[in-house]
Design a protein around this ligand. Structure first.
Ligand SMILES: *[C@@H]1O[C@H](CO)[C@@H](O)[C@H](O)[C@H]1NC(C)=O
Ligand SMILES: *[C@@H]1O[C@H](CO)[C@@H](O)[C@H](O)[C@H]1NC(C)=O
Ligand SMILES: *[C@@H]1O[C@H](CO)[C@@H](O)[C@H](O)[C@H]1NC(C)=O
Ligand SMILES: *[C@@H]1O[C@H](CO)[C@@H](O)[C@H](O)[C@H]1NC(C)=O
Ligand SMILES: *[C@@H]1O[C@H](CO)[C@@H](O)[C@H](O)[C@H]1NC(C)=O
Ligand SMILES: *[C@@H]1O[C@H](CO)[C@@H](O)[C@H](O)[C@H]1NC(C)=O
Length: 316
């Protein structure tokens, strides 16, 4: 493959699609394992919680699970990318650095960017002069992929040495090439794969059905692979919880509730009046009985006293 020009689509395409497949597999397996772990968790509370609290808790837990999953995958990807970049690992495609052997001195040395390799023109409309990105300084240098009829850059374009000249035979929309397949794939979009004529242009068989741009999707045709990957290629996350099921699983032994009503003048008056009415009735029945009883008691006491006097053995 390295016989192609560094900006040629055919140079990097195979590696880029391997990367894309790997990103998809990584996202899928990360989500699967996160879901398994999540579903193995138990929700513990000292008291049964209300429906609102339960639902809010579930939503928060699901959200946390999503955020952590996304962050973990991104973290690993960025770590690997950073280690690759900072170790100065040479791409076998000769797109960032390449090894040169000097037969006169029998010395190998690493070429870290000349006009043809390791430097990528940055298209910048505010600065039409050569602005370029070097793979030694940045890992995400990239340029539009195309089909070139030549493999080695002719060093004739003095005014813009980083712009390919002559221009490519054709440009592949959305696909970028750069220092490493990983970084340039993340910067690319999949717009070519929505388009039959674009697929034919890059030699994809007619048997392959293009992606459907009209399908209801939260991702646009021109969404970068990086954005897709940041969302783990997930269109929507759905969550559901079952409060009845949760409540039944608790096996509550007792249930009680207190009901507090705020003070109310009318209520207080009614209570007071009914209390007075009730008291009148109750006292109306109780008081005559009580009086009768006390009178009876008094009469009985007096009778006893008289009896005691009469029975005095001393005759007093
Ligand atoms: C879970 O579902 C509820 C209601 O269907 C929704 O409001 C909430 O945003 C969802 N949570 C997440 C993290 O998707
Ligand atoms: C671009 O290059 C020309 C000629 O070298 C120079 O005159 C001009 O100032 C440059 N423009 C910018 C924006 O650097
Ligand atoms: C474009 O060039 C201008 C002037 O050199 C610079 O300030 C700006 O950061 C560049 N923009 C990008 C996206 O590289
Ligand atoms: C499909 O791709 C061809 C070739 O790249 C391009 O000319 C055309 O504008 C594209 N069509 C759409 C709808 O993007
Ligand atoms: C993507 O396409 C939409 C229209 O289809 C456009 O509004 C938007 O600016 C484009 N985004 C990028 C990053 O090109
Ligand atoms: C919740 O679970 C119970 C059984 O535990 C089931 O009868 C009920 O249909 C479920 N409700 C929903 C909305 O799934």
């Amino acid at each position: 493959m390295s016989r192609f020009y560094p900006l040629d689509f055919r140079l990097m395409a195979m590696s880029q699609f391997q990367i894309l497949a790997l990103l998809c597999q990584t996202a899928a397996s990360a989500i699967n394992s996160a879901l398994n772990q999540f579903l193995a968790q138990q929700m513990v509370s000292s008291q049964a919680v209300s429906r609102e609290v339960f639902e809010a808790q579930v939503v928060a837990l699901v959200e946390q699970m999503q955020t952590t999953t996304v962050a973990n995958v991104q973290y690993i990807d960025q770590l690997v990318s950073l280690v690759t970049f900072n170790s100065g690992i040479m791409s076998a495609l000769n797109t960032n650095y390449y090894l040169i052997y000097n037969p006169l001195s029998s010395i190998y040395y690493v070429e870290r960017g000349n006009y043809a390799v390791g430097n990528y023109m940055i298209s910048n409309s505010s600065n039409p002069n050569n602005t370029y990105c070097n793979c030694q300084l940045m890992s995400n240098c990239a340029f539009q992929a195309g089909y070139y009829s030549y493999a080695i850059r002719p060093l004739n374009a003095q005014l813009s040495p980083y712009l390919p000249s002559p221009p490519p035979k054709l440009v592949v929309p959305g696909i970028l090439v750069g220092c490493l397949p990983h970084d340039s794939m993340l910067l690319s979009t999949l717009e070519c794969f929505y388009n039959r004529s674009c697929l034919s242009l890059i030699g994809v068989s007619q048997a392959i059905i293009p992606l459907n741009a009209a399908a209801a999707s939260s991702f646009r045709v021109n969404t970068t692979v990086n954005t897709l990957f940041e969302q783990l290629f997930v269109e929507t996350w759905q969550n559901s919880s079952n409060f009845t099921s949760y409540y039944n699983a608790c096996h509550l032994e007792a249930c009680s509730y207190t009901y507090t009503q705020p003070g109310n003048l009318l209520y207080a008056m009614t209570m007071l009046l009914s209390l007075i009415g009730g008291l009148t009735t109750v006292l109306g029945i109780l008081v005559p009985l009580l009086v009768k009883f006390i009178c009876g008691l008094l009469i009985k006491c007096r009778g006893n006293a008289v009896l005691t006097i009469e029975n005095d053995p001393a005759g007093r």
